[in-house]
Each structure stands twice: as C-alpha cells, then as structure tokens.
Design a binder for this molecule. Structure first.
Ligand SMILES: [Zn+2]
Length: 141
C-alpha cells in the first residue's frame, strides 16, 4: 500500500539539517504509516498522505499537519464533497524547525500522521488533547 504522495518538490537545503533530504523525510512518513495496525488499513483505502514543504499562507506557519475529509462514519466536513479523497497533509518545514534531533523528528512526524489519521476515525481535537502524546509514535523500530 502506498499512501504517501508528495505534492511539491522539496528544494531547500537547510543549514540545520544538511542531511535531511526530501527522500529522507518521506521515509520518516512511511515509517509512521507502517505503525498503523492491520485492522485500520481497510478504512484507509481512500486516504492519501501528502508531504508538503510549508503550510498554506493563511495557516499558522507552525502547523505540523492537517486532515481534510470525512470520517469513517461518513460525517462530511463542510469543505469536502462526498467523493473527495481524504487527505492527511504533513508539513516538512515546521517539523524541521521544531525538532532538535533526528530521533525527535522521527517521533514528531509519526505523531502528526497518527494524529491526523485519528481525525479520519472521528476522534476530535479535544479528545486527542486529553489523550496527550500518542504512545504508538514511540514504537518505531
Ligand atoms: Zn488535529
């Protein structure tokens, strides 16, 4: 299963992360997707994960990820139409700026992806806040 897509070419080489290529970040995102339990996969057939460099200009520049689409229960968010794919967008730039080690970056990318996928399963922001850090994000090999 290849959920992962990249919408824009990544063309910056940041001084802080001289070794962090686009392929490397994509690999971190793929590692996170590999954490998903098998029972979850049938519900993700119409979900795509897209990596973008930065959030859109009208969003918080620190935004790590975004989910657009309806839930597995069919509740459609007002901005989506019924046949629209469900999209998890992960922003590379904010992750790089907010993490200070490779290990931290890895966990943070996994947390973002699992957090956004949780929205697809109907889990609201407040509930995710109460749950706190997603432990499964620390299960990376
Ligand atoms: Zn959220």
């Amino acid at each position: 299963m290849s959920l992962l897509q990249r919408r824009h070419e990544y063309h910056r080489i940041l001084a802080d992360w001289p070794s962090l290529t686009r392929e490397h970040f994509d690999a971190l995102a793929q590692d996170a997707l590999n954490l998903l339990p098998n029972w979850a996969r049938p519900y993700l057939e119409r979900v795509v994960v897209v990596v973008e460099d930065e959030p859109p200009p009208d969003e918080d520049p620190d935004l790590l990820g975004l989910y657009t689409g309806s839930t597995v229960f069919g509740e459609t968010d007002s901005s989506a139409w019924p046949e629209a794919p469900h999209v998890v967008t992960v922003y590379q730039g904010p992750h790089e700026r907010q993490c200070h080690s490779h290990g931290e970056l890895r966990v943070e990318v996994a947390e973002t992806i699992l957090h956004e996928i949780a929205h697809h399963f109907g889990i609201e922001e407040e509930t995710l806040d109460e749950i706190g850090p997603i432990e499964r994000a620390r299960d990376l090999p």
